[in-house]
Design a protein around this ligand. Sequence first.
Ligand SMILES: Nc1ncnc2c1ncn2[C@@H]1O[C@H](COP(=O)(O)OP(=O)(O)O)[C@@H](O)[C@H]1O
Ligand SMILES: [Mg+2]
Length: 398
Amino acid sequence: MSDSIDYFGSGDEIFQNKELLQVSHLPDSDRIIGRQTELTNLANAIKPATRGNTPNNVLVYGKTGTGKSLCSKFITQQATERASKNGVTVGVAYVDCLQDSTETQAIQSVGHQLNDPAETDVTIPHSGLSTSEYYRRLWNIVDDRYDVALVILDEVDKIESDDILMQFSRAVESGKLEASKIGLIGISNKVRYKESLDERVKSSLCEREYVFAPYDANQIREILRSRADAFHDGVLEDAVIPRVAALSAREHGDARKAIDIFRFAGEIAEEEGESTVTEACVDQAHEREETSRLAELISKSPSHAKMVLQAMAFLAQQSEEEGIPSTDIYEMYKNVCEQEGSEHLKLRRVRDILSELEFLSIIDQERKWAGKGKGNYMENRLIDDPKVIIAACNETER
Ligand SMILES: Nc1ncnc2c1ncn2[C@@H]1O[C@H](COP(=O)(O)OP(=O)(O)O)[C@@H](O)[C@H]1O
Ligand SMILES: [Mg+2]
């Protein structure tokens, strides 16, 4: 062997099974922490399916990273196994409505997952059929192959039309399905989603409703511990898991975020050639996670929203004051526009942008009383460190 430099490093000294820290990884039931009540509720709602009867339609709410997708996938899988012991065939389809947001895309996706063309002689082409023909084929497939179909519509608030909810929840009573039954599990991060639904859809989709609460620090600690074997033995310093859990619980109670920070901490140790993951790696990882999350949010924002944020970050760095009046931000924003060689928007539009940023949880807003004869004004505060905001804005420019 020559002494040439090995650019791939000496190998996997930190991680032994990094797969456990990917978002797509579906843990075993004994690794689902602190969701017994939620899983029991879901199981009760869909239990009739395991005997070949019509399950209750369910709506699951909660903030991101509270285990909604995980628990829904897990419980439907378990229902399939239980059903098969009872001699009942249950089919499960999982639709990510963020990706398949039109009615046709969603039905196609369900159709593909439930179909086996060799068995049914039915095909689901990617285009060329009317919506009603896609439905007709889907009902044929379900009638042909299953006693019950369970359909998970994840991020259901992203679906462009409620028609699909109506069609699915009424498939049996409208006589579209002759022999089989269907059950829906809708998942949403928006607590107000239900209010936007048509009364009839609401009453059929929301037979059961469950809210998933954010995790506390103890639960996040357990979730991380149960995945600590992603790392080699002895690589994690004792303070690492408690630190990640404390940071994540304080901010959001979001398990996804916690797992991301955990993985980043390992990657940072790896990049720096350390033999252990330290608390300092966690703090860096936390910053990296925030930057990448913000960069993603910001990259989806229009360019003026970025410039408004940059203006806020510059002001926050200059002043000790926490809250910044919208009009001050506006003046700084005009400077940023000038530097970027871009026309500035009117104050009214910038106010709209600020309230959009609040909606995205990038800033906080508070209405203040300026004094008699002066009325109200709005104070704005960045939630993250201005350094992180500037880094995220710069990252999205490339
Ligand atoms: N109770 C839990 N036990 C173990 N891992 C969990 C738990 N809840 C969430 N996770 C993990 O956290 C990440 C986010 O969970 P997910 O179900 O996608 O959240 P949601 O759908 O509510 O946004 C996934 O990687 C998931 O495996
Ligand atoms: Mg989800």
